[in-house]
Ligand binder design. Structure first.
Ligand SMILES: [Mg+2]
Length: 443
């Protein structure tokens, strides 16, 4: 699909020299498409300097982009700062790339979209720092059952034995993060049977997004090595808690966390409340990006699960250190957005949060008073609270009508994303289910 002529280049910081130092034989020149799938070409060291200079060619239509087969080559320009030697296969170096077409950045590309919103924040003097909490299930290779037949406890969160039965996989991933300098600090069995979470330290939004992409790839690869399959699917089992991707967010000006105000009841500054207000006023539209799959809506708005709580929101509310709300403010000048799920595109997660937050700062959306109720038992008392979309179509329509997000994320990105997602919804809608047959056969 590409006819690029590659010639070695002499650069001080050239990737081939790095490869010799590190013992790398191949590079994965990778990018993430609009639907969050990672795509890559495996490039031998002998060709990497040419790829670094000219880019690796891809047919955009062959991945999930709003493109045509007749479009010219899309070039993936590897970012040398993103280089990660695969801990489970050190002869391979992974590189995140920025997509270019016709000499211009591809406007709909997720990493470019994040960089665009980061530049808007940068022009106001802000950087965003985030940490993500990626929950995932370890299932059988077929994907239809939990990988550990003994993992059946009705309240399995923090189950010590179930955690230790997965010691080899969890520690291989955690050791990898230690080696990579991500500063991982805890690993646990989560609230659903077969579900785990591993945490590493927060960083600037682009670094976190690149790591988030790599983390998913790494967890899948290492699980596969151990004969299992890792899934970040939001709700793989209807009766169990789903997989969220909670984000801990703070906004900085240089070394100052501008969300922090120790004297405030929740520890947030007016600017922090403004950012939070933007997340709340845009929540319905944000779901199109943060809860991007048909399956996502079986996690939010879910009925009570086997463990007794879904741990996912159903309404647009915030609170202090209370996990039953969409946003939790645990103190220390940060807040936790509990909306996104495991299917979120790592770049679009960061881009969407920042776009909504900047809108909050600009338009002065105030989130109102926090709610201190248990939303799982007393949610009906929050009568004025906006409810989250009940399905992907509602979220896509909310996103389509959001000028605030379109202005910040870019019309070309929003248009391309919506076209692909409406196609996905239409495809789903045409799918005949067993539920329909059971309810309608004898109508
Ligand atoms: Mg968790």
């Amino acid at each position: 699909m590409d006819t690029m002529v590659l010639e070695p280049v002499d650069q001080t910081e050239c990737l081939s020299r790095k490869a010799t130092e590190l013992g790398i034989r191949y590079f994965m020149v990778s990018f993430v498409d609009l639907l969050g799938q990672q795509r890559a070409k495996l490039v031998p060291v002998a060709a990497i300097d040419g790829m670094h200079r000219d880019g690796a060619g891809f047919a955009g239509f062959a991945a999930y982009f709003d493109m045509q087969p007749s479009d010219p080559d899309m070039l993936a320009m590897p970012d040398p700062d993103s280089l990660i030697q695969l801990p489970w296969k050190p002869e391979v170096g992974w590189l995140a790339s920025d997509l270019v077409m016709g000499g211009q950045p591809v406007a709909q590309a997720p990493r470019n979209t994040l960089k665009r919103v980061l530049a808007q924040a940068g022009s106001l003097g802000y950087t965003m720092k985030t940490g993500v909490e990626c929950e995932f299930f370890l299932v059988t290779p077929q994907g239809n059952a939990i990988g550990d037949i003994a993992d059946v406890a009705p309240k399995p969160c923090y189950d010590a034995s179930a955690l230790m039965r997965r010691y080899d996989i969890i520690t291989e991933i955690c050791d990898a993060m230690l080696t990579l300098g991500w500063q991982p600090y805890q690993n646990d069995h989560e609230d659903a049977n077969g579900q785990f979470e591993m945490n590493w330290r927060y960083a600037d939004a682009l670094t976190t997004a690149d790591r988030h992409v790599f983390f998913k790839f790494m967890v899948r690869s290492i699980a596969e090595k151990h004969g299992l399959r890792a899934t970040f699917m939001p709700k793989p089992f209807a009766h169990l808690t789903g997989s969220g991707c909670h984000a801990h967010i703070s906004l900085w000006s240089g070394d100052d966390n501008v969300c922090a105000a120790p004297a405030d009841a929740l520890g947030l500054s007016p600017l922090g409340y403004g950012f939070l207000g933007g997340l709340m006023s845009n929540a319905g539209a944000l779901c199109a990006l943060l809860n991007p799959t048909v399956n996502s809506y079986k996690r939010i708005n879910a009925p009570v699960t086997l463990s007794g709580a879904t741990w996912s929101p159903n309404a647009v509310t915030y609170s202090g250190d209370n996990r039953t709300h969409m946003i939790r403010v645990p103190g220390g000048g940060r807040f936790e957005l509990r909306l996104a799920d495991g299917s979120v595109n790592p770049y679009l997660l960061q881009a969407a949060i920042l776009a909504a937050g900047l809108d909050g700062l600009e338009s002065g959306h105030h989130p109102g008073e926090p709610l201190h109720i248990n939303m799982y038992t007393d949610g009906h008392m929050a009568k004025d609270a906006t409810r989250l979309p009940l399905n992907l179509l509602d979220a896509l329509r909310a996103f389509e009508s959001s000028t605030a997000l379109r202005d910040r994320l870019g019309a070309e990105f929003v248009g391309g994303y919506l076209r692909l997602k409406y196609l996905e919804w239409n495809d789903f809608s045409r799918h005949l289910t067993e539920w329909e047959r059971a309810r309608t056969l004898d109508c």
